[in-house]
Write a protein that binds this ligand. Structure first.
Ligand code: UDP
Length: 235
């Protein structure tokens, strides 16, 4: 499958059309941003790691009945995926308090929630990806009630599977962001990536942060943390 024109360039990935209108090629980059683009940098080897990790995790999810866009990994930094239109929504699950919720609501980092918290953010850099609720999503025609219900159900299932998967690897899944897309046939499937860029991972034994917070907070050993996560996932 050959890459044709680039149709989208995000902060961490590029998306290309292919000769097959139902398939795209994604290319993972080493570029990293935080704080809605305020902080920019490079995490050497990140593209390769996030491509591999997302491939392993999406395969696991598919095996457990979650429909994803993954067709196959093509190279170190490339994936062949099903073409979708992405819902402009960041779908977030929080199992433990960290990041924006600690600042917004004053909840202490590390506070565990009895049931996962489900959030939507409107994916729009101009407005800083604001937190919105179901009514905003429907009013702004970002998704229908029925689509919201499907997205919610799929995300909670993904959370259950990921919590277990990472627990077996000595990792606490603190929170994560996923994105969904719709195929030409109208099927809602998991898209984007699941990686240390999009999840918070804490070592169960030591509490060490093994994710992009090392970049966001200048904690050092960023590349090592990403490598460690890949090692755990591909064990
Ligand atoms: N997240 C993401 N992309 C974003 C914003 C958040 O992947 O543009 C992930 C982030 O890595 C974390 C979860 O979503 O795992 C919750 O992030 P939070 O709302 O705490 O925002 P942050 O503190 O990262 O700004």
């Amino acid at each position: 499958m050959k890459k044709l024109d680039m149709i989208y360039e995000g902060k961490a990935k590029k998306v290309y059309r292919t000769e097959d209108t139902d398939l795209f090629i994604i290319e993972y980059k080493d570029d990293a941003t935080a704080g809605n683009g305020a902080k920019k940098g490079t995490i050497v080897g990140k593209g390769v790691i996030n491509n591999k990790m997302t491939t392993t995790i999406f395969k696991m999810l598919e095996e457990q009945g979650v429909a994803t866009h993954l067709v196959k990994r093509l190279s170190d930094t490339e994936q062949l995926v099903k073409a979708v239109t992405i819902f402009p929504l960041e779908v977030i699950i929080r199992n433990t308090a960290a990041g924006s919720i600690t600042k917004r609501l004053g909840i202490q980092e590390g506070t565990k929630f009895e049931t996962p918290i489900f959030e939507f953010c409107y994916k729009n850099d101009e407005y800083g990806d604001p937190l919105i609720n179901d009514d905003h999503v429907v009013a702004m025609k970002l998704a229908t009630r029925e689509e919201i219900a499907t997205i919610r159900e799929m995300t909670l299932r993904i959370n259950e599977l990921l919590i277990e998967f990472f627990k077996e690897r000595g990792i606490q899944l603190v929170d994560f962001k996923v994105e969904f897309g719709k195929t030409a046939a109208g099927e809602i499937i998991l898209a984007d990536e699941i990686s240390p860029d999009t999840c918070r991972f804490w070592d169960i034994q030591t509490g060490a942060k093994l994710d992009k917070d090392r970049f966001r907070q200048d904690l050092g050993n960023i590349e090592e943390a990403y490598q460690e996560m890949l090692k755990r996932v591909d064990q």
